[in-house]
Ligand binder design. Structure first.
Ligand code: MG
Length: 286
């Protein structure tokens, strides 16, 4: 028999009770708020906020994906992944998948870890080293490799494969993956698996949700770790070429392309930039 124990807020317990209109209400046990019996599950909500689901229907009645804003034990451990660098002309594409327990999530909340796009770079540099001890898998696709792969795959396909790779690595590292796996959605679920068709190992059972970085601690942590790796690689690039590469894909990028090519030649551009961006043509056809 399957048993699930979950801590829920008063509102979540109210919402749960509303779902149980077909169930039979039983005598309330000590310290409980209510107990219901369905055809395949006994649900007991305690005054402490703990809710116990017993029986074959436990998975059906117990909530699974609970947003980070209301951290409850139900959604942990969870794995989440996110990518950065896809909007930057210069620098790599980085994908990170990360595993977070309920205890970790409480720490992440204290550290105010959220969507990396909402955090300043200084903050990322300060906080990310503390997240490195979380089980995670980090993939950095440098520009040379990116440009090579891009001759066959477009950006979305590359991202799908990188997310899948990251989870395959994480599964190996952590000896398994939890039931809750969340991707910050950048593509429809169907298309995601279509792009993975020829991959030797495919991780399934993933929950896709937009803006997941601000809702799920594991996605937020992955997004911060990915951003940190991006910044570190970017710093190294700037040092190596003694060149102030700008981020993004705006006007300063077009200007930077010209001065970089002047100094290092057009061939060197493939080592630092995503060549298929419109910036390349725009800058070099002038
Ligand atoms: Mg994202």
């Amino acid at each position: 028999m399957s048993v699930k124990t979950i801590t829920m807020t008063a509102q979540q317990i109210d919402a749960l009770e509303k779902r149980l209109t077909q169930a039979q209400k039983r005598k309330t046990p000590p310290y409980a708020r209510f107990q219901y019996q369905t055809s395949d599950c006994v649900i007991t909500a305690y005054l402490s906020g703990k809710v116990v689901f017993q029986g074959e229907g436990a998975d059906f009645y117990a909530p699974s994906h609970t947003p980070a804003t209301s951290i409850t034990m139900s959604s942990f451990p969870q794995a989440g992944s996110d990518e950065v660098g896809t909007g930057d002309y210069f620098g790599p594409v980085v994908v990170c998948a990360c595993l977070v327990t309920f205890e970790d999530a409480k720490i992440l909340k204290e550290l105010q870890v959220t969507d990396s796009k909402a955090m300043k770079d200084d903050m990322i540099r300060k906080i990310a080293p503390r997240l490195l001890k979380l089980p995670h898998s980090l993939l950095i696709l440098n520009n040379e490799d990116y440009n090579r792969v891009h001759q066959q795959d477009h950006m979305v396909a590359i991202k799908c494969k990188m997310h899948n790779h990251a989870y395959v690595h994480l599964r190996r590292k952590a000896n398994g993956l939890p039931a809750s796996i969340i991707i910050d959605q950048f593509v429809q679920e169907k298309s995601y698996y279509r792009y993975l068709q020829d991959q030797p190992e495919i991780i399934r059972g993933i929950h896709f949700e937009t803006k997941a970085e601000s809702k799920y601690p594991a996605v937020a942590a992955a997004s911060v770790l990915a951003r940190y790796a991006f910044l570190t690689t970017f710093d190294t690039m700037c040092k190596q070429y003694d060149f102030p590469f700008p981020k993004g894909a705006g006007k300063q990028v077009d200007e930077a392309i010209l001065s970089f090519v002047k100094r290092y030649g057009e061939e060197a551009l493939a080592k630092v930039a995503k060549l298929h961006f419109a910036n390349t043509k725009k800058a070099l056809s002038k």
